[in-house]
Ligand binder design. Structure first.
Ligand code: SF4
Ligand code: SF4
Length: 366
């Protein structure tokens, strides 16, 4: 018996798959499974986070429904994966937030912060909200840079702390690698596998979503979202260095590095989440974890809102719309930060940890 019914079912499926082994070439899950004869809760959570939900093992399986064995690996691992986020959440008292972290919560958080910033500005000087502000320091007419940095720095640091603590608990629970140790080569291999989304390819043919015709669409939209996020993060980091090291205040001209990085990232953050949302709407219900639908959509919506308001801010920053748009953009970023440890964002961190573990095990087995 395992800690949850989902893990009991995952154990049953992995035991069937370990006898069958038809899917061993599809992804990392099956080779990792084959290294084990029995599965602890930690093993099953490791395998669940190693799964990239490409759907191939459902389409290829001769035991999938209506067969009496009722083998549905992608869906069972999707549910186990989502339950693992709550099981390892830090602090544990907030683990229930995963069940509630949907679109409504994210939007309320974003709009509340936007309203707070607008109220803050209006209290100081009402005319500043819809005024036209240009040149270095224009953004800080709405809220002084130090207040902005303190507010967002605290939210970001909390998110990092909560994520580090939860992935630490996950890493400990999945146990020591079979015959291996942590090493730089495994981390590098995991970075390559994650950067390429190597296991979202259904064994080389593409990802299955709405039918039995594989495509690379989900992979493409996931890449746009991930690299869009990375570029926006890089833009913010470069702007922070400009501010503190060079004494240069935002906004910057369109040809400057933070704006170029932010523009490319913003385009990714608009197209990627829209594509992923459209793919989710079309996804075969047999593969969907319906209970976590809100968590997925909420995270996608925050990424989209961040990208969209960032792009609009770039275009309209020298007009009277700058104040409300900046407040909305900052509200979206704030909501993204505070929901990060309790929403879909964590899938990237846990999956990366699982890929490191898998790379360790493969290097040892080689
Ligand atoms: S998913 Fe089906 S076909 Fe694939 S290994 Fe498991 S039982 Fe075999
Ligand atoms: S859904 Fe794809 S990634 Fe997940 S176990 Fe099946 S083949 Fe592997």
């Amino acid at each position: 018996m395992h800690g949850t019914r989902t893990l009991d079912e995952a154990d049953r499926l992995m035991t069937v798959c370990n006898s069958c082994r038809y899917c061993e070439g599809l992804c990392a899950v099956f080779p990792a499974m084959e290294m084990r004869r029995a599965f602890s809760d930690g093993d099953l959570n490791y395998l669940a986070n190693l799964c990239h939900a490409c759907g191939a093992c459902y389409v290829d399986c001769q035991f999938s429904p209506p067969h009496e064995f009722n083998v549905n690996v992608p869906k069972t691992l999707a549910v186990a994966r989502a339950e693992s986020y709550a099981a390892y959440a830090w602090p544990q008292a907030l683990s229930g937030a995963f069940a509630r972290n949907g679109l409504v919560i994210s939007m309320v958080a974003a709009l509340s912060m936007a309203a707070f910033i607008l109220g803050f500005a209006a209290l100081n000087e009402r005319g500043v909200l819809f005024g036209v502000h240009t040149g270095p320091g224009a953004f800080y007419k709405l809220m002084p840079h130090n207040a902005m940095a303190a507010l967002f720095g605290a939210a970001f640091l909390y998110a990092v702390l909560a994520l580090v603590m939860s992935v630490r608990a996950f890493w400990r629970d999945i146990g020591p690698p079979i015959g291996g140790r942590a090493d730089g080569g495994s981390i590098f291999q995991a970075m390559r596998d994650a950067g390429e989304l190597r296991y979202l390819h259904g064994g080389g043919v593409g990802c299955y979503n709405e039918d039995d015709k594989p495509t690379d669409r989900r992979k493409l939209f996931h890449h746009l979202t991930f690299y869009g996020f990375v570029l926006c993060f890089a833009a913010t980091s470069v702007a922070t260095l400009y501010h503190y090291l060079l004494g240069r205040e935002a906004p910057y001209p369109w040809w400057d590095l933070p704006v170029l990085l932010g523009t490319l990232g913003g385009i990714g953050l608009v197209i990627g989440p829209v594509g992923l949302f459209a793919a989710k709407m079309r996804r075969d219900p047999a593969l969907l974890d319906e209970q976590r639908y809100g968590m997925d959509v909420g995270f996608n919506a925050m990424l989209l809102l961040t990208g969209l308001t960032g792009m609009l801010l770039l275009v309209l920053r020298e007009t009277g719309a700058m104040g409300p748009l900046l407040a909305l953009h900052l509200g979206a970023v704030f909501a993204l930060f505070i929901t990060m440890p309790y929403g879909k964002f964590v899938h990237g961190i846990y999956r990366f940890a699982a890929l490191v573990r898998y790379a360790q095990e493969r290097r040892t087995a080689a």
